[in-house]
Design a binder for this molecule. Structure first.
Ligand code: FAD
Ligand code: SF4
Ligand code: SF4
Ligand code: SF4
Length: 360
């Protein structure tokens, strides 16, 4: 297949083009956008998308995929009115937040969503649950169910597939990784056909993300090599050079990151965004003290959401932020990924790499 234009190729080859250029080419992030956009509901997912039904070759899946073409600078200008030449992106406010929710860090994500449901700012949220550490997304409107979604799952949740279902609601928040935030913004500003998937999305909460992993990390390494019963895991965390596994029975395992790198998702090697630059609010661990979440508020919508809860008695806010550590990790991710992207240029993937032209 000789490359001409991804929109043309998508219509000629249908899902095969998505496989050829993105999935088999190690670029797929697992975001779920192709599943949401497929008018035939022909795409299913198990770590990666696959065809389960007849493809009518509309080409939408390749067109909407965030790994084909995305003009980051233009998109940021449209969202923020400027492109911020800073690894943290554009922002209005940065602070550390601790809440009464038992979360991964300060429980900020879950607390914010719970309060926004109570305030009727949103009527549902797309969040992520897991079964034995295999992540899966769900739309939740019950605050008690929402509380069960807290905590980081280090496997991919194809959350964007639920954009279709989100249209049943009026105002929806989505918790998304940087690659998924990029896919949503690309869709919002570069329409595909006359399909509408994002009219109900009112708030995008992006998570910081250095990399994500295949579920075989848990089945092959954690369960098999370390003989850990996956059902007994209370929390998984990556801090510094280690993966920590906390068991319900108050026992902890500390596994060097070099042991888990072989389970890293391929697509993460080509990802340059650490802080979810295009989200309304970005939240992560690094940059604030143990037990706090780092919160970056970027848009007016993000500000309007956060202002409703800042004075709550169950919230502790601190301006003690270590910007250097956030910058350092963002820079490491950018530099490592750019190295891999340059290798791909040598392999000649013009439409994917066009997006990096003026960043290289
Ligand atoms: C794969 C991954 C890698 C990360 N890497 C870093 C990192 O390198 N440095 C850093 O500072 N922070 C990283 N984070 C963010 C960090 O782990 C916390 O999620 C963040 O600090 C929010 O904590 P919290 O207590 O406020 O959230 P909580 O209140 O615990 O809520 C967590 C929210 O994240 C959602 N979520 C969990 N897993 C996923 C998933 N796989 N995909 C989409 N949504 C999910 C849940 O649905 C929930 O809404 C990463 C998160 C993920 C999912
Ligand atoms: S990156 Fe997203 S849209 Fe592209 S193939 Fe993978 S899951 Fe589908
Ligand atoms: S969106 Fe669905 S029908 Fe259209 S090309 Fe892709 S798989 Fe085929
Ligand atoms: S590293 Fe990038 S591609 Fe991988 S899960 Fe995180 S945001 Fe997505």
């Amino acid at each position: 297949m000789i490359f001409t234009d991804y929109k043309v190729i998508g219509k000629e080859e249908g899902f095969k083009a998505l496989e050829y250029y993105i999935i088999f080419n190690e670029l797929c992030t697992g975001c779920g956008m192709c599943q949401a956009i497929c008018p035939e509901n022909a795409i299913d997912y198990d770590e990666y998308p696959y065809l389960k039904d007849k493809c009518t070759k509309c080409g939408y899946c390749l067109e909407a995929c965030p790994r084909t073409n995305i003009d980051r600078k233009e998109l940021e200008k449209k969202i923020f009115g400027e492109y911020a030449n800073d690894l943290l992106g554009s922002y209005k406010k940065v602070f550390a937040m601790k809440t009464n929710v038992k979360g991964q860090d300060g429980g900020a994500v879950t607390y914010i969503l719970k309060r926004l449901l109570e305030e009727k700012f949103i009527d549902a949220a797309i969040v992520t649950f897991h079964k034995n550490q295999k992540a899966y997304p769900e739309i939740v409107s019950d605050p008690n169910r929402l509380l069960l979604s807290s905590g980081t799952k280090y496997t991919m949740s194809n959350s964007l597939k639920l954009l279709k279902d989100s249209l049943k609601y009026k105002n929806v928040a989505i918790v998304a990784l940087p690659c998924q935030v990029e896919a949503i913004r690309k869709f919002q500003y570069e329409k595909v056909g006359d399909i509408d998937l994002t009219r109900s999305i009112r708030l995008i909460i992006g998570l910081f993300c250095k990399s994500n992993f295949l579920h075989s990390l848990f089945t092959d390494l954690i369960a098999e090599k370390y003989s850990i019963n996956l059902e007994s895991i209370e929390k998984v965390d990556i801090k510094g050079k280690y993966l920590y596994i906390y068991l319900k029975e108050d026992k902890k395992y500390k596994i060097p990151l070099k042991e888990i790198l072989q389970y890293k998702r391929y697509g993460c090697n080509y990802c340059i965004d650490f802080t979810a630059r295009m989200a309304d609010i970005s939240i992560g661990s690094i940059g604030s003290k143990e037990g706090f979440s780092t919160v970056i508020v970027r848009t007016d919508m993000g500000l309007s959401a956060i202002e409703r809860i800042l004075n709550d008695k169950d919230v502790e806010i601190s301006d003690n932020i270590d910007f250097d550590s956030i910058h350092k990790l963002a820079k490491t991710k950018f530099t490592e990924s750019m190295k891999e992207i340059k290798r791909k240029i040598i392999e000649n993937l013009p439409f994917y790499l066009k997006q990096y032209g003026d960043l290289l």
